[in-house]
Design a protein around this ligand. Sequence first.
Ligand SMILES: [Zn+2]
Length: 125
Amino acid sequence: MLKVRGIDRGLLEMINQAARDSLPNEFVAMLRAEEGVIEELLLLPGTLQGEDSATLMMHMMPIDYSVVGTVHSHPGYSNRPSREDLELFRRYGYIHIITCLPYDEGSWRAYDGRGRRMQLPVVEL
Ligand SMILES: [Zn+2]
């Protein structure tokens, strides 16, 4: 398992922009890490971006060991994981980000596979 030490600031900005662009729907993607830093998104074909549920198509998941987890947006002001989110976190990956309105640098939180908040330092690449 790849050890992750941070996330690229530019990628976070990209995530928040994608979240804004996806309103009123959720934005969903996979997170890829390179040398311990999350720096790239992987968009899955067949990903549903519904208003309330971000459902990742597990059978479409590539075998890609640089993927460390998921990111999705909430169209509201809460970045707490829903019951469905916790189910997803448990099944796939070990770092999960949720961002919420207003999609700025303070909007997001990182969670582990059990839905517990985790510290994820922001780094400049
Ligand atoms: Zn959610």
